[in-house]
Design a protein around this ligand. Structure first.
Ligand SMILES: Nc1ncnc2c1ncn2[C@@H]1O[C@H](COP(=O)(O)OP(=O)(O)OP(=O)(O)O)[C@@H](O)[C@H]1O
Ligand SMILES: [Mg+2]
Length: 227
């Protein structure tokens, strides 16, 4: 059964340096697992903020996020852990890799946490890294990679455990057209083959054209461009 992430009347404002910024205004929208979504919007329009709220990592000012009908604020600590391990795979705009670990270790750490064996994890990690075009970087440390290579490690890490949704914040932001297309093709194959719902923020028309639904964040509202 296809799961949903539903936003109900989500608003978010920040107050800093005596300035009040209302970034998201009363957004109501449902994302379906069996669809793919691109969210565009100019820099500062609130794309990353929205992604953090969807993942329950940033509190909204008003409204609620529901995962499959359950308000994510009502999750226990254990349910929240499971939500972040098995329901959503996150690719942040900054990849946040652990520099002390190799590329492969960064990717497999989520599997080790949930008790999979090292050999199983290494096998899957190598397969994923091959799919994102980084087979030859398995033993490298993240700090020697380019920004785009680090982003691709983050995509492999996000997809390590089978998840219901991939939330990827500008995953092609640092990639050239060719590498970007290959990454988008891989992400789309995860939807086709494993039923992963895709929510991808991007400025890139190539990403938009690969997704089923194209949304735009504009003046705090989420508008549907193409469905
Ligand atoms: N922690 C914070 N404190 C204060 N303001 C914030 C905070 N986080 C985000 N903002 C503000 O919220 C607005 C939206 O930021 P956000 O990072 O969500 O935009 P974005 O659409 O992801 O931009 P970009 O395309 O540059 O990544 C910006 O005006 C930003 O300055
Ligand atoms: Mg952003």
């Amino acid at each position: 059964m296809s799961k949903q992430i539903s936003l109900e009347n989500i608003s978010k404002s920040f107050s800093t340096d005596n300035r009040f910024v209302e970034v998201l205004k009363n957004i109501t929208y449902s994302f379906e697992q069996n669809k793919s979504y691109a969210i565009s919007g100019v820099s500062g329009s609130g794309k990353s903020t929205l992604m953090h709220i969807i993942a329950g990592l940033e509190p909204q000012s008003k409204g609620a996020v529901y995962f499959d009908g359950v308000n994510i604020e009502s999750f226990s600590k254990k349910q929240k852990q499971n939500f972040l391990r098995f329901s959503v795979g996150l690719v942040f705009q900054e990849p946040f890799l652990i520099n002390e670990l190799s590329v492969l270790e960064n990717v497999i750490v989520k599997g080790l946490i949930v008790g999979q064996t090292l050999s199983e994890c290494k096998k899957r990690g190598c397969e994923l890294l091959e799919k994102v075009g980084l087979k030859d970087k398995i033993d490298s440390r993240p700090h020697v990679l380019s920004g785009g290579q680090r982003q691709r490690v983050a995509v492999a890490r996000a997809l390590f455990n089978p998840v219901d949704f991939l939330l990827a914040d500008e995953p092609t932001g640092s990639l050239d057209q060719q590498t970007g297309s290959e990454l988008v093709e891989f992400i789309c194959s995860c939807k086709q083959d494993c039923g992963v719902g895709l929510i991808v923020t991007s400025h890139d028309e190539m990403v938009a054209s690969a997704m089923d639904c194209v949304l735009e964040l504009k003046s705090g509202k989420l508008e549907q461009r193409i469905f």
